[in-house]
Design a protein around this ligand. Structure first.
Ligand code: PXP
Length: 245
């Protein structure tokens, strides 16, 4: 899908994480996605995990109905169950990520060389269904070369190393991302970046030439919770005071 400038894909998984804290219906990630689109999101990302820890099958189905005009990006493990679901839901793109059951978040890029066979099979099936595929990889040469061989159209460079680096290593990690963008270009891949980006560290990455898109979740949901707090409390207070006459 052609997009002007740089794509901002907003990951709304953590709206669902908050919902799951009570096992009820709110906050609804669909509402989160609607508001994100109104705010200018160029895409919505959800990660349907094998353990359904936050986003569930209903969310994905309804999200597909809701999200049109911007890209729906389904993050998933490269396993048969998920490929089958993706082929029936048909998001614009799938990002293949590694999944270990107990991790707090996606901790590293996919081991493209080690999982070459399963990744290539998943790419082929998804492409066959008209779905573009991105591989979430560490920003290094080896991962890039293997990623290109899978037939994927895109990669998403893991910016967690940059985001977590201390002051001393931050620039070095940024240069690693810059070099990986140029390698991706030479390999004929479109290149995205994401993970750990927040309001204080996003700009140096956003300024890197050659980037197609940025995928950001946690910091946006965290900011949304806090920036909405004042209004939420004042609405509750008004109701309570009204009831007391
Ligand atoms: N990209 C990928 C592949 C991810 O797994 C995640 C986390 O779900 C993100 C981007 C967004 O990372 P964050 O929540 O740290 O912004």
């Amino acid at each position: 899908m052609e997009m002007p400038g740089i794509v901002l894909g907003v990951n709304v998984d953590h709206v669902a994480t908050l919902r799951q804290a009570r096992g009820g219906t709110e906050p609804d990630p669909l509402m989160g996605a609607t508001l994100a689109i109104l705010g200018g999101a160029d895409g919505i990302t959800i990660h349907l995990r094998e353990d359904r820890r936050h986003i569930n099958d209903r969310d994905l189905k309804l999200m597909r109905e809701l999200v049109s005009g911007v890209e729906l990006n389904l993050e998933m493990a490269p396993v048969k169950e998920m490929v089958k679901i993706a082929l029936s839901v048909k998001p614009e793109m799938c990002t293949l990520v590694p999944e270990k059951r107990r991790e707090l978040t996606t901790e590293g890029g996919v081991d493209v060389k080690g999982e070459f066979k399963s990744l290539s099979e998943a790419v082929k099936k998804l492409n066959g269904g008209g779905i573009g595929v991105s591989l979430f990889i560490d920003p290094d040469k080896g991962s890039m070369e293997w990623a290109a061989k899978t037939g994927a159209q895109m990669v998403e460079l893991h910016t967690g190393y940059y985001a977590n680096a201390g002051q001393r290593d931050r620039q070095k990690e940024l240069e690693r991302v810059r070099a990986a963008i140029s390698l991706a270009g030479s390999a004929g891949l479109l290149v995205n970046a994401g993970h750990g980006l927040n309001y204080s560290n996003v700009q140096p990455v956003a300024a890197l030439p050659g980037l197609r898109g940025l995928y950001i979740g946690h910091s946006i949901v965290a900011r949304a919770v806090l920036s909405g707090m004042k209004e939420a409390v004042s609405q509750m207070k008004a109701l309570i005071l009204e009831a007391r006459g």
